[in-house]
Write a protein that binds this ligand. Sequence first.
Ligand code: PLP
Length: 399
Amino acid sequence: ASWWSHVEPAAKDPILGVTEAFLADPSPDKVNVGVGAYRDDNGKPVVLNCVREAERRIAGNLNMEYLPMGGSIKMIEEALKLAYGDDSELIKDKRIASVQALSGTGACRLFADFQRRFLPDSQIYIPLPTWANHHNIWRDAHVPQRTFHYYHPETKGLDFAAMMDDIKNAPNGSFFLLHACAHNPTGVDPTEEQWREISYQFKVKNHFPFFDMAYQGFATGDPERDAKAIRIFLEDGHMIGCAQSFAKNMGLYGQRVGCLSILCENEIQAVAVKSQLQQIARPMYSNPPIHGALVVSIILSDPQLKSLWLEEVKGMADRIIGMRTALRENIEKLGSNMSWEHITNQIGMFCYSGLTPEQVDRLTSDFHIYLTRNGRISMAGVTTGNVGYLANAIHQVTQ
Ligand code: PLP
């Protein structure tokens, strides 16, 4: 027998499988609303002008030495300002242990490994539903998982009461994973008032909030507004953790640039925590990649490039918001007697449409429209050219 005869093929990733099926479909009408990557109104991937300019400045000028084990100091500094606020005392007081991470996924994984290593008896509460990879990440880090209520299928909004009950009923001092904004896959975020209540209850219960912030700027178009939940928790004095990604808001998907930060009681603790995070990274990948980190730090540290970025991220968010309105209006115009309000109530890259797996199957087989069977539509794949076709197909399979 060979060494690997017992190895069965792994289950297909549901999201990547959708793209494969889309690529294999020869139909000229085909539409891919499965993938979570931004597209312009012609359905093409986008490289931001601020990124192009940063790359021009890098080319021929900078060396490609190893970064320090914790990553680019300058990139981390800029990332922290985005998440914690430009004038944050916490940054000045050096209380935030932070390392560059392999995008948002890597930041979550590093945190999960750290949690497992230093609080081996802890668990993590994960929203229901969530980005499927969250389950894989904490599973592979050997941290037991629980779920908490989040989405309400009838209202297609937040199940706030059930969520608060779960927060109250969890053992004191539990870890909770929270999406900072633009919840994936539902597009449903708590209101500011609800965040304040959640933060209050976390204080009462002494829970640990870990924010996954993969879409800062992508929800409202304004990174400051999208950081509101985190700022509320900081105001209330929580010791938070935070995973940041520049995949979506700078279109740096394949560059794998992100940041993991853990707020500590004081600088001494932060130094210790950072050193342990580096220790976890060292035997896995030694140090993180340099190119994306240079791009991010150049953009965020140059006032002109930063304002160009702010314009461009707002442009992406606004196009998505515009497509939400167009999709809803188009379905309503066809005379659908169902409510489609949730399309415009939800925010960020995704619309959790409420379509059943069978309806999704019909969209694919009858209309060549590709999405995951949970009914999640990537609004980034919707364009002026295909919104009418998509609306008609949705109406056909739901009437
Ligand atoms: N977290 C959430 C909620 C996401 O939706 C994503 C991407 O889809 C990520 C994290 C991680 O993305 P990346 O590792 O590309 O930064």
